[in-house]
Write a protein that binds this ligand. Structure first.
Ligand SMILES: Nc1ncnc2c1ncn2[C@@H]1O[C@H](COP(=O)(O)OP(=O)(O)OP(=O)(O)O)[C@@H](O)[C@H]1O
Ligand SMILES: [Mg+2]
Length: 268
């Protein structure tokens, strides 16, 4: 006998799409949006067909960081006036596509569950046309984040060495892990004072995950704190365009290269 889905039911693991990569965190302000943009840019520069989806519904700021004024955004999709595919904006300067959100849009923040479900399903469908779809998510574990993380193949959890960021990253991993069957959770330590310090931060998080959750999420990479990040955001220009030799930019390029084998496995 099958049971009707409960109001909080989420999609089964079977609908997860391996090309979909969420960039999430427990605590806000750890650099998710900047990382999602820079990762999408690095993948596009390596010839990958890449889509960046602004999944921070209601507080979107991919377009702000890039200085874009998209003619279409998610609010028209949620309003039923556009299909998700029609809301694509080609970001020529970066060589990748974007689906923008709309900051301060109550309709996006309070999107009904059925719309959220179909948005997640449509996104998984759209992902077939790309090598990678990067989802920039809002901080925390609220409803929209949980829905969107449930369709992704890989969930990147971003933390810094700040103890509250680490605690919240652990909480995010715990909730994500509890919710469904095992998934591919990877860690990025951002704004690290050095690569070695970043690895130490990861080791602390890993210890908690292994001790309490009995899982060992892998380190995807460490990104160093770099004043060029803030400067490029201030100029609303991608870091890899404005400062291609920057430490943070190089760290993200290495991370992008580490995602290639996953792509081969998907296609293989
Ligand atoms: N590697 C880095 N070095 C220096 N500054 C950084 C780095 N990464 C991010 N930042 C800074 O952190 C700030 C927050 O970045 P961002 O908006 O991408 O975080 P977020 O996690 O998306 O925040 P929110 O949770 O509010 O969506 C930015 O102003 C940016 O300048
Ligand atoms: Mg953000």
């Amino acid at each position: 006998m099958t049971t009707a889905p409960t109001p909080t039911a989420r999609p089964p693991a079977a609908v997860r799409h391996k090309g979909l990569i969420a960039v999430a965190s427990g605590k806000g302000g750890v650099g998710k949006t900047w990382l999602a943009i820079t990762l999408a840019h690095a993948l596009a520069r390596s010839g990958r067909r890449t889509l960046l989806f602004d999944g921070d519904l209601g507080l979107a700021n991919v377009d702000i960081q890039l200085g874009l004024m998209p003619t279409h955004d998610l609010s028209a999709v949620i309003g039923g006036r556009l299909s998700l595919g029609d809301a694509l904006t080609a970001y020529g300067n970066g060589g990748f596509d974007i689906i923008a959100g709309r900051s301060g849009c109550g309709r996006l923040a309070n999107i009904p569950q059925t719309r959220l479900q179909s948005l997640a399903d449509n996104l998984a469908g759209l992902a077939n046309a790309y090598d990678h779809v990067i989802l920039d998510l809002g901080a925390g574990i609220e409803r929209t984040v949980r829905y969107l993380t449930d369709v992704v193949g890989t969930c990147i959890v971003v933390t810094t060495d700040d103890p509250t960021a680490l605690t919240d990253a652990y909480a995010f991993i715990k909730v994500t892990h509890d919710a469904q069957a095992p998934r591919d959770i990877r860690i990025i330590v951002n704004m690290a004072t050095s690569l070695r310090e970043g690895e130490r931060t990861y080791a602390a998080l890993l210890k908690a995950c292994e001790g309490f959750l009995k899982i060992s999420p892998r380190l995807l990479g460490v990104v160093r704190r770099d004043p060029k990040v803030r400067e490029s955001i201030r100029h609303q220009t991608p870091t890899l365009t404005r400062f291609p030799q920057s430490e943070a930019g190089e760290d993200v390029e290495k991370i992008a290269a580490r995602l290639f084998p996953a792509l081969t496995a998907v296609r293989g």
